[in-house]
Design a protein around this ligand. Structure first.
Ligand code: GLV
Length: 330
C-alpha cells in the first residue's frame, strides 16, 4: 500500500475513503505545519492531500523525492509550484466546477453587503447606537441596475455575471487575459472592456482572477485612483491580487465607497489598517464553504489522489488534473 499524507483536518468519511487504498497519515489536530514539519511528514509518502494553505514549492519537492501526486482541496493552486511538479513528473490536481456556484453566491453576497453597508450598520446596531429612524441613515449606492465589473472571467466570474445580469438587471463589463468567445459572452450578458475602462466604469468591481506574479497587486493605489468614489471592490480571488495597504488608505479617505474581502495578503493575518476602517466587510476565506460544496471539494480531492496514484476505477486518470503533461509523461 502506498502512503499518503492528509495535510489538514478533513471530513472523517473522506479519510475513510482514502484508507481503503492507502496507508494514511492525517493531521487530526489541524496544526498548520512549518515547511520543515511538512517535509518531515512527507517522507516516504507517494501523495499529499493539501489545501491552499500548504506551500508545496521546489524546496519541498526536492526534499520529498517519493512524491507522485499533489492534490489540492481548492480550485486555486498558487500554493503549488506546478512547473517544478511537472519537471519531476508529479501530478497536480485541483477542485474546479464543484465550488463555482457556491463561491459565486458568496461573492455576490459580499459585494451586496459591502455596497449596502450591512456589516457597518450591524455593528452600529450592536453597539446600541440605533435610537431612531433617520432619512439618510446608512445611505448607500444601489446594486440593481448599476454596472457590475468583473476582473477575471473564468467559471466563477461567469457565474457572478449571470447573477448580476439576470437577477439584478446590472450591465456587466469584464476584463480578462483572454476574451470569451462571443457565444459565452452572450450567455453571461457581459461586455469585454480594457482594464482602464473596467476601473473607470464599474459601480461594483469583483475580483475573480487567479493569483500569479502577473496578477500581483492588480489592484493597487493607481488602480483604486481610477475607480469611482461611489464604487465598491470585492475580492474573492486571492490575497495579493489587491494591495491591502493601498486599499485600506483608499477606504479611509473614502476614495472608494466600500470593500468586501474574503482573502488577504499573508492570511490569516489581516492588515491592521483594514480592521480600523468601517466601510469594509471582512470574512475569513469562506466563499466556498457551504456544507455540500466543502464536502464535494474534499471528495474530489480524494478521488484525484486515489486515481493519480493508480488506484480505484479511474486509476491513472484523475478527474481534474492541473498538469495533464505530467500524466502523459508517465
Ligand atoms: C479557494 O480559495 C479555492 O481556491 O478553492
Amino acid at each position: 500500500m502506498k502512503k499518503v499524507l492528509v495535510a489538514r483536518a478533513v471530513f472523517p468519511e473522506v479519510l475513510e475513503a482514502l484508507r481503503a487504498h492507502f496507508e494514511v497519515e492525517s493531521n487530526r489536530d489541524d496544526t498548520v505545519w512549518s515547511k520543515s514539519q511538512l517535509i518531515e511528514r512527507l517522507q516516504g509518502k507517494a501523495g499529499v492531500f493539501a489545501t491552499g494553505s500548504e506551500r508545496i514549492d521546489a524546496e519541498v519537492l526536492a526534499a520529498c523525492p517519493g512524491l507522485e501526486a499533489v492534490c489540492n482541496m481548492a480550485v486555486g493552486y498558487n500554493n503549488i509550484d506546478v512547473a517544478a511538479c511537472t519537471a519531476r513528473g508529479i501530478v497536480v490536481t485541483n477542485t474546479p466546477d464543484v465550488l463555482t456556484e457556491t463561491t459565486a453566491d458568496f461573492g455576490f453576497a459580499l459585494m451586496m453587503a459591502a455596497a449596502r453597508r450591512m456589516a457597518e450598520s450591524e455593528r452600529y446596531l450592536r453597539r446600541g447606537e440605533w435610537l431612531k429612524w433617520h432619512y439618510d441613515q446608512f445611505m448607500s449606492p444601489d446594486v440593481h441596475g448599476t454596472t457590475l465589473g468583473i476582473l477575471g472571467m473564468g467559471r466563477i466570474g461567469q457565474a457572478i455575471a449571470r447573477r448580476g445580469a439576470l437577477g439584478f438587471g446590472m450591465g456587466v463589463i469584464y476584463h480578462n487575459r483572454t476574451r470569451l468567445p462571443a457565444d459565452k459572452e452572450a450567455a453571461v450578458h457581459a461586455r469585454y472592456v480594457d482594464k482602464a475602462t473596467l476601473l473607470r466604469e464599474a459601480d461594483h468591481l469583483v475580483l475573480v482572477v487567479p493569483y500569479s506574479p502577473a496578477s500581483h497587486h492588480a489592484i493597487g493605489a493607481a488602480e483604486l485612483a481610477q475607480m469611482k468614489p461611489t464604487a465598491t471592490l470585492t475580492n474573492i480571488a486571492r490575497g495579493g491580487v489587491v494591495d491591502d495597504a493601498a486599499l485600506a488608505a483608499a477606504l479611509k479617505e473614502r476614495r472608494i465607497a466600500a470593500a468586501g474581502l474574503d482573502v488577504f495578503e499573508g492570511e490569516p493575518r489581516v492588515d491592521p489598517a483594514l480592521l480600523e476602517v468601517p466601510n469594509v466587510v471582512l470574512t475569513p476565506h469562506i466563499a466556498s464553504s457551504s456544507v455540500r460544496t466543502r464536502r464535494a471539494m474534499a471528495d474530489l480531492a480524494a478521488d484525484n489522489l486515489i486515481a493519480a496514484l493508480g488506484c480505484g476505477s479511474r486509476a491513472g486518470r484523475p478527474p481534474t488534473p492541473v498538469n495533464a503533461e505530467a500524466l502523459a509523461a508517465r
